[in-house]
Ligand binder design. Structure first.
Ligand code: ADP
Length: 485
């Protein structure tokens, strides 16, 4: 084993189905590599439709007992899981950095953030209130109750290997639903470790299942199997659309957290130092590989040069290296395909007249390391305008008026997050309301928290995760009409 954990039993290479650690039926495996050095760190089961069906059936068998527990009983078990994750944060962070690449400090931050959803929904479990409604006829009484929807399937991406799982599983489990998780094949080890801790926390067999393998086969079974009543997906818009189509056959409820193309706007009345700080967090966190990363940075004419200079100076200080090395604040990208996309965006922009202020190419470390980059004089005919770069490239567009930048910001099929920096209160309200996104950061580049609703509009998604709204996606509303006569 190449990842040295304090508790080696958190290093699991098998899937978790019906409370058992299992191999694929045919014994086939997939390699998991460390993106910082391409070293193979694990071999995980290559499962398909059959194993997925077994997991779904196990979840369905386990469901009645789980939903019959009181909310407080489920809450206590979830709280145990939260405590175990918190206690094992160092190991979980190291495991995550080893398979995903992000710096250890960021990985640790994600463990805390991921665990926070479990704590939050353990508390929310006890507040799933129903309703009574004044009757429409004298001899009737109307009651509304909320019930767990049933078996939930979760498909999650590699950029947040823990938080994207807990953000879906915690509300599902709290609501009384069992889950079958398909983590990204690039980052399954964090998912297995979460399952190991779930088992220790007392989550019964069948209530959490983790399957890895051929995405299209697992996804095909999850979306066609009528026992699955809900699919919660985070990933690309392309795959999200495909899964929605597949879910239509059995009319499943879906939650989709898809791509973004976040605008980050700096108005001329902004505090430029604060805007630079916000841009650094919003753009360069996780090496630019988050769906809420600033993708297009719009800067008003009068402050354009000053902002570009300050941002370039800050970006030059980013230390690139393996996430396990001290002082590193940008790790490798996930794989060579990610590097190719970033290179393509930079080449397209510079060919059309953009200037490289900092970086601009592969990093001297080689492999999947890319230089933190700032591009200036970027225009809307360049690829970076319409496609999510998902890498450490900050493209600076110039704009003149508020109306113009709102039009530019909204000129995309995506609508996940937006950020802007301004001081004028009237402008703050106008712009916050005019941006067509599910989330807006005003004078901040960091908006994610378990207490607020995360999600997008337009082609960025359906549904909200976290907050008091996050439980609704896993509940059905039932109206009961009682005659009194
Ligand atoms: P990303 O750009 O984050 O890799 P993807 O949408 O490709 O976005 O991946 C997100 C998740 O969707 C991963 O777990 C991946 O394995 C899964 N996935 C990809 N293709 C399919 C598919 N055809 N059916 C089901 N899941 C899929």
């Amino acid at each position: 084993m190449t990842v040295q954990l304090k508790d080696p039993s958190l290093f699991r290479q098998q899937c978790y189905i019906d409370g058992k650690w299992v191999e694929a039926d045919g014994g086939e495996t997939i390699e998991v590599t460390n993106p910082a050095n391409d070293e193979v760190i694990a071999r995980i089961p290559k499962m398909g439709a059959d194993e997925t069906r077994a997991a779904i059936e196990a979840a369905n068998r386990a469901w009645p007992a789980w939903r019959a527990l009181t909310a407080k009983e489920r809450c206590t078990i979830l709280r145990n899981w939260f405590n175990l994750i918190t206690e094992n944060a160092d190991d979980l962070a190291l495991l995550m950095t080893s398979e995903q690449g992000k710096p250890l400090a960021e990985a640790k931050g994600e463990v805390t953030y991921g665990a926070s959803f479990i704590e939050w929904f353990a508390e929310e479990a006890r507040r799933v209130y129903g309703d009574t409604i004044p009757q429409h006829q004298a001899d009737k009484r109307i009651v509304v109750i909320k019930q767990p929807i049933g078996v939930v399937a979760s498909i999650t991406p590699w950029n947040f290997p823990i938080a994207m799982i807990t953000r879906k599983c915690a509300p599902a489990l709290a609501a009384g639903c069992p889950v079958v998780i398909k983590p990204a094949e690039l980052t399954p080890l964090s998912a297995f470790a979460l399952a190991e801790l779930a088992e220790r926390a007392g989550i019964p067999a069948g209530i959490i299942n983790v399957v890895t393998g051929v995405a299209s086969e697992i996804g095909g079974e999850m979306t066609s199997n009528p026992t699955v009543r809900k699919l919660s997906f985070t990933g690309s818009t392309r795959v999200g659309k495909l899964l929605m189509e597949q879910c239509a056959g059995t009319v499943k409820k879906v939650s989709m957290e898809l791509g973004g193309n976040a605008p980050f706007i700096v108005f001329d009345d902004a505090d430029l130092d604060a805007a630079v700080e916000g841009a650094m967090i919003s753009k360069f966190r996780n090496a630019g590989q988050t769906c809420v990363c600033a993708n297009r940075i719009f800067v008003q004419d009068a402050v354009y040069d000053a902002f570009a200079e300050k941002l370039a100076a800050a970006v030059e200080k980013i230390s690139v290296g393996a996430g396990t090395e001290a002082g590193v604040n940008q790790g490798p990208l996930i794989n060579l395909a990610a590097i190719a996309k970033v290179e393509d965006h930079v080449a397209d922009a510079t060919a059309k007249g953009a200037k490289v202020a900092v970086g601009g190419g592969r990093h001297a470390l080689g492999g999947t390391f890319f230089e933190p980059t700032v591009l200036t004089e970027v225009t809307t005919d360049m690829k970076v305008t319409h496609e999510e770069t998902f890498g450490p490239v900050a493209p600076l567009f110039r704009f003149k008026t508020e109306e113009q930048v709102i039009e530019m910001a909204n000129d995309t099929e995506f609508g996940l997050a937006a950020y802007f920096y301004a001081k004028d209160l009237g402008r703050v309200w106008r712009v916050a309301e005019a941006l067509e996104t599910g989330m807006v950061g005003v004078n901040t580049g960091l908006i994610s928290t378990e207490v607020a609703p995360f999600g997008g509009v337009k082609e960025s998604g359906i549904g909200r995760e976290g907050s008091k709204y996050g439980m609704d996606d896993f509940l059905e509303v039932k109206y009961i009409c009682m005659a009194t006569g």
